[in-house]
Design a protein around this ligand. Structure first.
Ligand code: PRP
Length: 176
C-alpha cells in the first residue's frame, strides 16, 4: 500500500542536531533501516517507477546508496554496481570529480562495470546539493551507459539538487 508509505517512512527518520558539525541538522535513516515494514516500503518505492524500464544495472552511491541499491537491483532483476569514493575499488576504474563545500572529491566505478549501451538506474539515500548525483550521472554516461533514472529516498528541497539533475528528473520518495 504505497499511500501509507510516506508517513511510515517519515516517522522513521530522526533529526540529529549539530551532526556532523555545529549548525547541521542530520537526517538519520537508521531507524527506518531497522523497521522491516519501512525498509520494505522504501525499497519497493525506490524501484516502482522503474519496473519495466529495462534496467540492466543499479549504481548505488557510497555509503548509504549501497544499502538501498542492492535490494532495488534484486527487485528489478538488475546487477548492482558500487560507486565508491576514490581509491576504494581494486580493479581498473573510471572516475568523475565533483566539488565539495571545501575542495573536491571523486566518485569511481570499475571500468568494466557498465557495458556501453546498457541501461542504468542510480540509487542513493539523499539528494542534497546534487553534487554527488551529478557526478554519478556524468560517470555513467562517460562509461557509455544510458541513465534511465535517479531514485532517492529523500530530497532536501531547501537545496538545489533537483535543478542540478534536471536532465534526469530525480524520483524522490520524500521531500523534506
Ligand atoms: C551523502 C548522501 C549522498 C550525498 C548527497 O553522502 O548519502 O550520497 O551526501 O549530497 P549532495 O547531493 O550534496 O552531493 P556522504 O558524502 O555523506 O557519504 P557517506 O554516505 O559515505 O557518508
Amino acid at each position: 500500500d504505497t499511500a501509507a508509505a510516506p508517513d511510515l517512512l517519515l516517522g522513521r527518520i530522526r533529526d540529529i542536531p549539530d551532526f556532523p558539525r555545529p549548525g547541521v541538522l542530520f537526517k538519520d535513516i537508521t531507524p527506518l533501516l531497522n523497521d522491516p515494514a519501512a525498509l520494505a516500503a522504501a525499497v519497493a518505492g525506490l524501484a516502482a517507477p522503474f519496473r519495466g524500464a529495462g534496467v540492466d544495472h543499479v549504481v548505488g552511491l557510497e555509503a548509504r546508496g549501497f544499502i538501498f541499491g542492492a535490494p532495488v537491483a534484486l527487485e528489478l532483476g538488475a546487477g548492482f554496481v558500487p560507486a565508491r569514493k576514490a581509491g576504494k575499488l581494486p580493479a581498473s576504474v573510471i572516475g568523475q570529480p565533483y566539488d565539495l563545500e571545501y575542495g573536491t572529491a571523486t566518485v569511481e566505478i570499475h571500468a568494466d562495470a557498465v557495458s556501453p549501451g546498457s541501461r542504468v538506474l542510480i540509487v542513493d539515500d539523499v539528494l542534497a546539493t546534487g553534487g554527488t548525483g551529478r557526478a554519478a550521472v556524468d560517470l555513467v554516461r562517460k562509461a557509455g551507459g544510458t541513465v534511465v533514472g535517479f531514485s532517492v529516498l529523500m530530497e532536501l528541497t531547501a537545496l538545489p539538487g533537483r535543478e542540478k539533475l534536471s536532465d534526469v528528473e530525480p524520483h524522490a520518495l520524500l521531500a523534506v
